[in-house]
Write a protein that binds this ligand. Structure first.
Ligand SMILES: Nc1ncnc2c1ncn2[C@@H]1O[C@H](COP(=O)(O)OP(=O)(O)OP(=O)(O)O)[C@@H](O)[C@H]1O
Ligand SMILES: [Mg+2]
Length: 188
């Protein structure tokens, strides 16, 4: 099943992640894909907030794996930890095996940035999420564009495996009335 969400700000993207967290449990695997700066880490920050894990989610540039433990005094005590991986520099199956995600996976939600074609083998059930910049964003050629300016993104979520059969993920987005071009969900 494929679900799509429109977002026009980084904060909206975080809220999509935060709402998705309510559907997640230990053992779940998420692959986040999309170009540099697409919003993979931004999405993960929202997810971590929703899961009630320790804050401080950043792009793990030189650290491949960061574990954000569930906060016993947070809003979701006893929930899964978040394991946040950046697989950008992991080229071979051997390098991926070396980081040994299997050992933490059962007790955690595992999120892998740049996971496509790298970690699918870890789980038959998974969510594959693409963050896509809206086409034509440079129209008008804003010379003062900076990376932090809010821009539209399309978040496309594909469910893989029976774990996700019948799970209704239609409500993750802010009020569709506020977000132009909202897709019909599910889209397929
Ligand atoms: N709608 C949006 N959703 C998410 N991020 C947005 C949006 N609009 C603007 N941004 C900005 O885009 C940037 C996304 O950066 P982020 O680190 O999340 O990307 P990334 O995909 O993790 O990149 P990398 O591949 O380098 O890890 C942030 O500066 C964020 O503020
Ligand atoms: Mg990142």
């Amino acid at each position: 099943m494929i679900w799509e969400y429109r977002t026009t700000t980084a904060a909206q993207t975080q809220r999509i992640g935060a709402r998705l967290a309510a559907f997640l449990r230990a053992g779940d695997l998420l692959l986040l894909n999309g170009e540099l700066g697409a919003g993979k880490t931004t999405f993960t920050q929202g997810l971590g907030h929703g899961l009630g894990v320790r804050a401080g989610i950043i792009s793990p540039t030189f650290v491949l794996v960061r574990i954000h433990p569930n906060l016993p005094d947070g809003h979701n005590p006893g929930g899964p930890d978040l394991v946040h991986v950046d697989a950008y520099r992991l080229a071979t199956a051997g390098e991926i095996d070396d980081i040994d995600l299997e050992t933490t996976m059962d007790g955690s939600v595992t999120v892998v940035e740049w996971g496509a074609e790298r970690v699918e083998h870890l789980a038959d059930n998974r969510l594959e999420i693409d963050l896509l910049r809206a086409v034509g964003r440079s129209e008008g050629g804003a010379a003062d564009f900076t990376e932090d300016d809010d821009e539209p993104r399309l978040v496309r979520l594909r469910t893989v495996g029976p774990r996700w059969d019948g799970v209704d993920l239609s409500g993750l987005q802010d009020d569709p009335a506020d977000v132009a071009g909202t897709p019909r969900n599910p889209v397929a």
